[in-house]
Write a protein that binds this ligand. Structure first.
Ligand code: NAD
Length: 375
């Protein structure tokens, strides 16, 4: 299909945007495909299915696996991608609806969740199919017209044909910076990232018994945050540690107009979407308890898509704000992929509405506006 084809046949609807403009040609449902059905892709597919204004047309996989089998069990149409052999799926008893080209012919937007750097190879194919594309943070920023984070730069996506959702660490930093910078102004932000070595399903990565400093200084995360918050004076260092559970950021932020108390910071973050701030009595001392909370809460894949903070881990010393935050790498970008699609197609009035819709559909709790018990 040619570049610029009309999205989703069928009924259009009218959207009144926050700036007062109205568009009458907004599709009721955007047709979405997912290319690359691994850690991120399977989560995004499940998230798309839950959205009232999106339809999952299918997912593309290279090889049969238990994940492909589960996709079929969920009723997702399977397409073969990345030079995969349709015969291998047939032998495994997994029905295939076609190749990636067939998927591209029936959708408005593809979410590319293929391995790092493979998205770039796929980009030309999406363009020639006339399909919009959302890429992931493993790609360099120039893979797409703009980098995206819903709380930092939602409106950047409007009308774009390609976006890149920034990586898990960058998403966590950008969310926190969007709230803190708007509230009190950031003079300087220094963060040390303690990075998980591998995802739980990965058996080919380490270290298993060491702490590896990242000798790129600053680490790529600070510059990456500036792809969505251009003026943020942030610098980052990173170490990789032998865990699979989460990343933890150690943040030191000098504020321009600091609040009176750390409790004000807690209250502001708690009143923002996509933050989960543990109270001391909850006894979530670190990432193992946070993931146990995720398992008990039972969102799909037992995910924790929010930035995780601890009340006891937020301190204010004059203008210096110190805080720890945890990022569940496997899921934190999932809601952002949904918002990226809404932003591109103009499906919501503004960031707030999109975030509200996404989070309600995913079962994420609304912002906690109860007063904090912290002094
Ligand atoms: P993954 O390895 O878990 O999944 C990638 C999937 O793509 C696999 O199923 C693989 O078989 C498939 N694949 C391989 N070659 C392909 C091709 N040519 N075309 C389509 N699919 C192909 O990887 P992931 O962790 O889901 O990462 C996907 C992207 O998301 C990367 O850019 C990564 O940097 C980014 N990301 C990952 C995380 C994380 O912590 N896992 C967090 C945020 C962003």
């Amino acid at each position: 299909m040619a570049e610029g084809r009309t999205p989703s046949p069928g009924c259009a609807r009218q959207v009144l945007y926050a700036d007062g403009t109205v568009r009458g040609d907004v599709p009721k449902r955007v047709r979405v495909g997912v290319n690359g059905y691994g850690t991120i892709g399977k989560r995004v597919a499940d998230a798309v299915v839950k959205q009232p204004d999106m339809e999952l047309v299918g997912v593309a996989k290279t090889r049969p696996s238990f994940e492909a089998e589960q996709a079929v069990a969920k009723g997702y149409r399977l397409f073969v991608t990345g030079g995969g052999d349709p015969g291998a799926f047939e032998t495994a008893g997994l029905p295939v609806a076609g190749t990636l080209d067939a998927l591209l012919a029936g959708i408005d937007v593809i979410v590319d969740a293929s391995p790092d750097k493979v998205g770039r190879e796929n980009a030309a194919r999406y363009r020639s199919a006339g399909v919009r594309a959302v890429f992931q943070g493993g790609e360099k920023s120039d893979v797409a017209e703009a980098s995206f984070n819903a709380m930092a730069n939602y409106r950047t996506g409007e009308g774009k044909r390609s976006l890149r959702v920034v990586s898990c660490n960058t998403t966590g930093l950008a969310r926190a910076a969007a709230v803190i910078d708007r509230a009190w102004g950031v003079e300087r932000w220094e963060a040390t990232l303690v990075r998980r070595a591998a995802d739980p399903s990965e058996t080919n990565r380490g270290p298993i018994n060491g702490i590896l400093p990242t000798f790129q200084m600053p680490s790529h995360h600070g510059p990456d945050v500036r792809t969505v918050l251009q003026d943020l004076p942030i610098t980052t260092l990173a170490v990789v540690v032998p865990t699979t559970l989460m990343h933890v950021h150690v943040n030191r932020v000098r504020l321009r107009h600091p609040p009176a108390r750390a409790a004000d910071v807690v209250a502001r973050l708690r009143a923002s979407p996509r933050f989960r701030i543990f109270r001391s009595w909850e006894r979530a001392d670190g990432t193992p308890q946070v993931m146990e909370f995720g398992r008990d809460r039972g969102l799909g894949h037992n995910d924790v898509m929010e930035n995780v903070l601890w009340e006891a881990g937020i301190g204010l010393d004059g203008p210096e704000l110190h805080f720890f935050q945890g990022v569940h790498q496997e899921s934190v970008v999932v809601p952002e992929n949904i918002d990226a699609i809404r932003s591109m197609f103009g499906l919501a009035a503004d960031a707030e509405e999109s975030i509200r819709m996404t989070d309600a559909a995913l079962g994420l709790p609304p912002p906690d506006t109860r007063p904090t018990s912290m002094k």
